[in-house]
Ligand binder design. Sequence first.
Ligand SMILES: Cc1cc2nc3c(=O)[nH]c(=O)nc-3n(C[C@H](O)[C@H](O)[C@H](O)COP(=O)(O)OP(=O)(O)OC[C@H]3O[C@@H](n4cnc5c(N)ncnc54)[C@H](O)[C@@H]3O)c2cc1C
Length: 224
Amino acid sequence: MKVHVPTSVDEVLGLLGEGVLVAGCTGIYPHLGPTESIISLRKAGLGGVSVDGDRVTVGATTTLTELAREVPFLRESIASIASPTIRNMGTVGGNLFAPQPHGDLAVCLLALDAQIEKAGDQLVTSISFNVPERWFYTKAMRRKQNSASIVTVASDGERIALGGVAREPVRALAAEAKLAAGDIDGAAEAALEAADPFDDAYASAWYRRRVLPVHVRRALTNAV
Ligand SMILES: Cc1cc2nc3c(=O)[nH]c(=O)nc-3n(C[C@H](O)[C@H](O)[C@H](O)COP(=O)(O)OP(=O)(O)OC[C@H]3O[C@@H](n4cnc5c(N)ncnc54)[C@H](O)[C@@H]3O)c2cc1C
């Protein structure tokens, strides 16, 4: 296995095609072959969080732990992800690529209408979003740690994003329309329109569909 450790974005771009991009390596590790070359982003200068007024810009290789430390409204949401060990290594950029029912931060970023900066076609360099006035989040899972989502709900009080109930994080647009009219019960039921759930070891598609309205209602009635 060859390990490239580029020290700038330009160097990363020059190496694309020479190996698999890795950041914290928590998600990709089981999929790497024994002789696969990797391009580590660890020293590419893509870490760190900057806050300018309400605008937060997060470098792609910022770890989940660092983000929770720097951005208080996301602390509880990030605490629902994996375990401290994984959060210390797993990065914000990497979480965008975590297949469902993982990718809870990606669900939050969708609800925040986050903007993603890229270099070249495939390198995510940073993600930015505004701190919302209100934040709603809930994640139904089997255990407190290292348990993927059954249903994840994130909302800024206007946008509603769901995890665990489709192959990708989804916006619940019909639910958002009900919420805008002040109808939380209607929003909870309408969220089903965005769901296309699947069976896995954590829950059946039937169960995910059954409990989705419960968790949407619960999330929207309890601001974090
Ligand atoms: C035991 C366990 C439990 C978990 N539980 C949860 C959970 O409850 N909720 C949850 O949300 N997640 C969970 N995860 C997933 C974890 O959060 C992700 O694996 C992690 O966020 C990925 O980040 P990483 O830096 O380790 O990515 P890596 O594993 O290094 O990379 C993952 C993928 O992203 C790509 N990538 C990484 N960074 C970039 C970039 N900057 N630009 C372009 N492509 C990039 C890589 O090429 C790769 O394809 C769990 C993982 C484990 C191992």
